[in-house]
Design a protein around this ligand. Structure first.
Ligand code: FAD
Length: 389
């Protein structure tokens, strides 16, 4: 449970964060950091020290561990502010994969796993990655297609498999690996450097600012101890679902911030630029793009806050988080696309952050469940409810 705080205290926290992002984080943005993992790590580490000095710790981490212990609902405002800069989430310790890995391990880790993996992760001393997706014919959208295996061998396990698009893998100290045992999909904690754990490559993609990249990993006769199993054997898919629900919500909050920033840059441009005898802001078709963007952002915020409140109340958010994920991921892309359109050629250049924002938002329609997969599940549940009614 988070610590209750009064509105004035919370408003001051958000004001402090907004000022930090505007005056200290955004001025450090440099599109030449693209793909330079070490420079990104060094810069966000430096900014994190500044954030902590201003009382801006990790939003969901307990206060006794240096965090802010915010509720999910409070996180909506915090992550929207943090998300306005592509450097914000890593700086404020609310970027994937660390944040959802912490949330999942907090529920599942044994006492020794807490000490060795979770607590150093919470303190920012170690980094994690979550390795589920595999190249074809392995698991992608369909979790039943998991091919990586873990077989019992004496006291421990031997893991064999191939993973890719694993966010943070290039800088992770350990991976949570999803592998099939006799009991079904299960989670294992595997230290980087374990013989048989190979970091194949950092996969180049349209979004080059994620800390630790999106790695391809191979596990060949990779031996781990019996204490590597996380939670109950055979419960790996339920655990992944649990991890994903909070992760999706955090993505929604951060990306609402990024899309709002894009629209505010576009509005500044439209207010200063003229065409056909008047400012762009006076042209009705530009006004319509701006109005639609604000309507979409408003709806996106409301859906996200509703899911956050349900999570705070301990309710199942499976259906609502699916609907929010589809809507928000598509809405923020439409908003960023309109922002690029309004800014004309500047919008697609690297002289403004708009093209970068568009590139960062695009993959969200694919990961944490592609829109089509969510729509199919939402419709299935809708028909099922109708049949029961
Ligand atoms: C930036 C990024 C970061 C990622 N980070 C991680 C990570 O940290 N860890 C990890 O394990 N994975 C990660 N992934 C992988 C992600 O989880 C997968 O991309 C996702 O599950 C989809 O799998 P796939 O790419 O194999 O697509 P496929 O399963 O091949 O699907 C391709 C497309 O087919 C369509 N489709 C698929 N199934 C259906 C269906 N049932 N009905 C209708 N249409 C369908 C959808 O349009 C989908 O986009 C990441 C991906 C990206 C892009």
């Amino acid at each position: 449970m988070s610590v209750a705080r009064n509105t004035a205290e919370f408003n001051a926290l958000i004001e402090n964060l907004r000022d930090f992002i505007d005056t200290e984080v955004i001025p450090c943005e440099d599109l030449r950091l693209a793909g330079d993992r070490e420079a990104m790590r060094e810069l966000t580490g430096r900014l994190r020290d500044r954030a902590i000095a201003r009382g801006l710790g990790a939003p969901r981490t307990p206060r006794e561990m240096g965090g802010l212990d915010l509720s999910w609902e409070e996180c909506c405002s915090f992550l929207e502010e943090a998300g306005r800069s592509f450097l914000g989430p890593a700086t404020l310790q609310c970027a994937p994969p660390g944040q959802p890995d912490i949330a999942a391990l907090d529920k599942l880790a044994s006492p020794s796993q807490r000490e060795r993996f979770l607590e150093p992760l919470m303190r920012g001393e170690r980094r994690s990655c979550f390795a589920m997706t595999e190249p074809a014919p392995g698991v992608g959208s369909d979790p039943r297609m998991l091919r990586t295996t873990a077989r019992r061998d004496g006291e421990g396990w031997v893991i064999d498999g191939h993973k890719w698009f694993i966010t943070g893998a290039m800088q992770a100290d350990f991976a949570i690996v999803v592998a099939r045992t006799e009991a079904g999909p299960s989670w294992f904690l595997v230290e980087r450097g374990t013989p048989g754990f190979e970091l194949v490559r950092d996969i180049p993609n349209i979004e080059p600012f994620d800390l630790g990249g999106h790695g391809e990993l191979r596990f060949t006769e990779c031996r781990v101890g019996s204490d590597a199993l996380v939670g109950e054997e055979g419960r790996g898919l339920e655990n992944a679902q649990l991890r994903l629900e909070g992760a999706r919500l955090f993505h929604c909050m951060r990306y609402i911030g990024l899309a709002s920033r894009a629209m505010s840059i576009a509005q500044d441009y439209a207010s200063g630029r003229e065409s056909h005898g008047t400012r762009l802001a006076e042209h009705q078709m530009v006004q319509a793009m701006v109005a639609d963007a604000h309507i979409e952002l408003y709806a996106a915020r409301l859906m996200t806050v509703d899911v956050a409140r349900r999570l705070d109340r301990g309710e199942s958010i499976r259906h609502e988080s699916s609907m929010a994920k589809v809507f928000v991921s598509e809405a923020v892309n439409r908003v960023a696309d309109s922002a690029v359109q309004i800014a004309g050629a500047l919008g697609i250049s690297e002289d403004a952050p708009l093209s970068m924002i568009l590139r960062m938002l695009r993959p969200f329609r694919i990961y944490d469940g592609a829109s089509e997969v969510h729509r199919s599940a939402i419709a299935r549940r809708a028909f099922h409810q109708r049949l029961r009614a």
